[in-house]
Design a protein around this ligand. Structure first.
Ligand SMILES: Cc1cc2nc3c(=O)[nH]c(=O)nc-3n(C[C@H](O)[C@H](O)[C@H](O)COP(=O)(O)OP(=O)(O)OC[C@H]3O[C@@H](n4cnc5c(N)ncnc54)[C@H](O)[C@@H]3O)c2cc1C
Ligand code: FES
Length: 963
């Protein structure tokens, strides 16, 4: 319904949009979500499981409201403005329309302002004003159509207000002062990746810009904390902020019976705002007890430090009472009930359980700072255990982080409300300006205002404290991860099976891997885990921070040789993994490394009746084996077949026969696991862009056939018939029918489960630190105590040389940091594994519809923390190569990038017993997702039956070459 108000009136031109072909009356200047809500439509789309979804966060963070607009997929209804004649649907088109043109420039534009402010809420605007007034050149980015953030958001352009209230006036004032001070404000512009303090990737009105500011001020605000109760994903259930944006800014309400629940004054304010528009809420359900005498000293503190705000609070309560809106104190909403939309709620309070009819439920149990950019830069964070809990950025009094050129202010760093945000923003803006040598004296008034606002806020939180997370109360059937539809029961089952951390649960269940990047599930998952949460308990921040269109970021980057890492520092998070008791630290075979190479070795050894103990410093499968792109490679890759390749094809050619054998083992593993593991072998195509590449593919194909691999070179017409979605520019391809794809997450977890089913034991969190001979056995010192083993398998992947060194072995194993990009799902476009001759690329569409884009583009490595990181140039270059092959990529958003360390050898594995070290075996390989099963099988056969290992895979080959 559209809302009426005594001073606010519609001014937007009446227009018509179409939703699922139905005409909907809309107003120019309002969002799609507003137009649909006004028409009473709350279900915008269906998830992969068929569940209806609509508006949830209302601020562009959750991506639940994504719709297809005029063929463009992934558009957020809450941020996208309605336009006359627009066609909106929740369904995906067969071929997505381009989201943008690929850029015509050779590289992203670079801008080097004095100060870049990310986020245009009260904190960001205040920082920008302070710095610009001191003379700094300030650029401010905000994703929304107008700055103001949540607190000071303006009225939509569809309406005009003859007498703006105080909150609107604060926003107007901040915007005017920022413009007067000369701040360059870019709206509908977002930072998508923080690669370094002076390398911020952004899309400015759809155009790629790399900002290289002298100072960076992060003020990205907060989103509301998730409230995982039954029915919280139903259309009509949304955050209080989402409903407030509809009501206050867009002047619509999606239903008639509105129930508001959770805690805090925002809920009371929304109830009053609804009354102002003639809608009487059913009730306000407040978890906090009614403030009584015991709360008087908090009230006194509030009165002393912000009497106006206390007055407002009291006035709101009086107003609600007069209007007959019940405020149900000490009461919680325990479920939203309904089928395709909310129809009722269940409450529990002092009078017991009861139901209340409601077709809109607004929920707020506090906020969580938007820490993605700060975390991506490696800035330390602490866990704040209020309610469900959240991370807060460590800063000094001026908002300066541990990185001297980076400030973090407002609710995006530490929760504190609008007044705290404005004061902190101002202090940070002044400090940043001073850093640049500008005259920006400290502002004692701002410090005093900050002290007052902080004290007020503290007193307020004592009255309206989000209740402690009642994790046991989250029923097994409740969806915890909205994006990937993962329930609490699924997570608990994995925890019961031995997983202990969010990163491991993420890989086992996909929870946290959705479009929202875990914003609305990570805290719940972290709390379900056994350890006390900290920064490591939350999913690692990945670029892009939010899904962004791939097209504007497609910039050609030169082909390269990836840098090699020698003995890379182990990732810091390994220390967190608790061990579980093992009955005996003696074993026939100790396998070092719980990646696929180690897990497959353990599986086949255990199957063969040998006692196996897997030693893994982290949880199993957390490194390359789940970070890889899942390509089942059979043909030679571009860099496997070069001018330097010897006539017999060299190590890569000698490895060719292992591919088909390993894929056959993958099928056996899938059958034993009783699931398909995403395995698809519909063939791989390596494409040629020009005649020279085609001639090279012919030579390569001949080499593959020599080694028994089925390989055909296809001409342009045959290629077109086989894979019509590929670019018409391609002249032909090397087609190898045995190639395909497997889901690395499901595959690796299935091998772990099978190995354990066959009796292999896993010692998590056990870092191997030393290995020595002890009579006929090996004594292995680990961070969890000593282990005696008859034989040792070194399957430590890129760290294998470190393990080899412990026994005096010189293993020529290094590592390369590689990246994978995933796009949002689309209907099927290609079935094949796609590569491109002479360029780094691997590309395939998963069963879920998303494309996995990889091919060995390299990432960054921080030797101090062992952290790997995607690089902007690699993302751009990888997307560019991909677009040359698959033009449809221009219609997709890319959702996530991740990195891992791939073992690098000479293009053949190192297998078998080490020379002169009886009982010490190596199992190390590149292309290890493909080859994991076969290298495990060869290792197990060597140990179980003394089977000979092909000399081309043995370590001695390097000695022979040296001689
Ligand atoms: C981004 C990326 C994309 C890739 N794409 C593909 C692809 O599409 N297809 C394909 O076939 N291959 C691909 N690969 C390669 C493949 O993932 C690797 O070859 C394979 O996973 C290696 O398996 P692993 O078990 O040897 O190593 P890892 O999976 O790295 O496992 C090594 C394990 O050893 C543990 N460890 C190390 N040192 C110690 C110690 N001292 N004590 C205890 N534990 C220790 C580590 O914690 C880790 O769990 C890709 C790799 C990356 C990084
Ligand atoms: S809720 Fe979005 S990833 Fe889990």
């Amino acid at each position: 319904m559209r809302l009426t108000h005594k001073t606010i009136r519609p001014v937007g031109r009446p227009i018509t949009i179409h939703f699922d072909r139905q005409p909907i009356a809309a107003l120019q200047g309002e969002t799609i979500a507003a137009a649909l809500s006004a028409a009473g439509i709350v279900a915008f789309r269906r998830t992969a499981s068929g569940a209806p979804r609509g508006l949830y966060c209302g601020m562009g963070a959750c991506f639940d409201c994504v719709v297809t607009v005029d063929g463009r997929i992934g558009q957020r209804a809450c941020l996208t403005k309605a336009a006359d004649g627009m066609h909106v649907t929740g369904a995906l088109p067969a071929t997505p329309a381009p989201l943008a043109d690929a850029p015509s420039a050779a590289a992203a534009e670079e801008q080097s302002p004095d100060i870049l402010v990310v986020g245009g809420g009260p904190a960001g605007l205040s920082a920008a004003i302070a710095a610009a007034e001191a003379g700094a050149a300030v650029v401010l980015l905000d994703e929304r159509a107008a700055p103001g953030g949540q607190y000071a958001k303006p009225l939509a352009d569809s309406h005009a207000d003859a007498a703006p209230d105080r909150q609107f006036r604060i926003g107007l004032d901040l915007r005017q002062r920022a413009r007067r001070a000369g701040v360059h404000i870019h709206t509908e512009s977002a930072a998508w990746g923080a690669f370094a303090p002076d390398e911020i990737g952004a899309l400015v009105a759809g155009h790629a810009v790399t900002f290289r500011p002298k100072r960076l001020i992060l003020a990205p605000g907060a989103h509301e904390a998730p409230v995982p109760i039954p029915g919280w994903t139903l259309p009509g259930a949304m955050t209080t902020g989402a409903l407030q944006t509809l009501v206050r800014a867009q002047r619509v309400c999606p239903g008639e019976q509105v129930l508001i629940g959770g805690t805090g004054p925002l809920n009371l304010q929304l109830a009053c705002e609804l009354l102002d528009c003639g809608v009487k809420p059913v009730a306000v359900v407040e978890t906090a007890p009614r403030p009584g005498l015991g709360a008087s000293h908090h009230a006194v503190r509030m009165l002393r430090h912000a009497p106006d705000l206390l007055r407002d609070g009291v006035a709101m309560l009086v107003r609600l009472r007069r209007a007959g809106v019940p405020v149900l104190w000490s009461t919680r909403i325990t479920a939203a009930l309904g089928h395709d939309r909310v129809g009722a709620t269940r409450l529990t309070g002092p009078d017991g359980e009861r139901s209340l009819a409601a077709d809109v439920v607004a929920l707020n149990l506090g906020f969580q700072p938007e820490t993605g950019l700060a975390r991506a830069l490696g800035i330390p964070h602490r866990f704040v255990a209020t309610g469900l809990g959240h991370l807060a950025t460590e800063t000094d009094a001026d908002g300066r982080t541990t990185l001297p050129s980076v400030f973090a202010v407002g609710d995006g760093a530490v929760l504190g409300g609008a007044r705290v945000a404005m004061a902190r923003g101002r202090l940070a803006g002044l400090a940043a300006a001073r850093d640049l040598g500008l005259r920006a004296p400290d502002d004692p008034a701002a410090r005093a205002a900050l002290a007052r606002a902080t004290t007020f806020q503290d007193a307020l939180w004592r009255l309206f404290r989000p209740p402690p997370a009642e994790l046991d109360g989250i029923a097994d059937g409740v969806v915890v991860c909205r994006c990937e539809e993962v329930t609490a029961g699924r997570l608990r089952a994995e925890l019961a099976a031995g997983l202990t951390s969010l990163p491991a649960l993420k890989k086992a269940t996909r929870a946290g891997m959705g479009r929202c990047q875990g914003r609305f599930c990570a805290a719940t998952i972290a709390r379900l885990c056994p350890d006390a949460p900290d920064d490591w308990s939350f999913a690692a921040p990945r670029a892009p921070l939010r899904p962004v269109p791939a097209a504007p970021l497609m910039f050609q980057a030169a082909e390269f040789t990836a840098p090699l890492l020698t003995a890379p520092t182990p990732p810091a998070r390994r220390h967190r993994v608790p061990t579980q008791p093992v009955e005996m630290r003696r074993t026939d075979v100790a396998v070092i490394g719980g990646g696929l190479a180690g897990l497959c070795s353990a599986l086949y050894l255990a199957q063969g009746g040998v006692d196996v103990l897997l030693l893994e410093r982290d949880e199993a499968g957390m490194a390359a084996s789940t970070a890889n792109a899942g390509s089942l490679h059979v043909q030679l890759l571009s860099y496997d077949f070069t001018d330097d390749t010897p006539p017999d094809g060299g190590p890569a050619a000698h490895t060719l026969p292992l591919g088909p054998r390993s894929i056959a083992l993958w099928r056996e593993i899938a059958a034993a696991a009783g699931e398909d593991l995403g395995l698809r072998t519909e063939g791989g195509l390596m494409l040629a862009e020009d005649e020279a590449a085609l001639a090279w593919l012919r030579r390569k194909s001949a080499m593959e056939r020599r080694w028994g691999i089925e390989s055909h070179v296809l001409g342009a017409n045959e290629l077109r018939a086989l894979a019509p979605a590929l670019s018409e520019r391609m002249l032909g391809a090397d087609f190898v029918p045995a190639e395909g794809y497997g889901d690395p997450l499901r595959g690796t977890m299935a091998v772990l489960a099978l190995a354990q089913r066959h009796g292999a034991r896993l010692l998590r969190g056990a870092e191997v630190q030393a290995i020595e001979r002890d009579g006929a056995a090996w004594r292995i010192t680990t961070s969890k105590g000593a282990v005696m083993a008859g034989r040792v398998v070194n399957a430590a992947g890129p760290w294998a040389a470190v393990i080899g060194d412990m026994v005096g072995l010189d293993l020529p194993v290094t590592g390369t940091v590689q990246q994978v990009i995933v796009t949002e799902p689309t209907p099927p476009l290609t079935r094949h594994l796609i590569a491109l001759a002479n360029r780094h690329l691997s590309l395939k569409q998963q069963a879920s519809g998303g494309f996995l884009v990889g091919g060995g583009w390299f990432g960054g490595f921080d030797p101090a923390s062992g952290r790997t990181q995607a690089l902007r140039r690699s993302i751009e270059g990888n997307l560019w190569v991909c677009s040359c092959v698959l033009p449809a990529l221009q219609g997709l958003q890319f959702v996530r990038t991740w990195t891992g360390i791939n073992p690098a050898i000479d293009r053949a594995p190192i297998l078998g017993e080490a020379p002169r070290l009886p009982g010490f075996f190596n199992t190390v390989t590149a292309n290890g997702y493909t080859l994991g099963p076969i290298v495990g099988r060869i290792t197990a056969d060597a140990i179980l039956h003394g089977a000979a290992v092909d000399p081309h895979y043995r370590l001695d080959r390097f000695e022979a070459r040296r001689i």
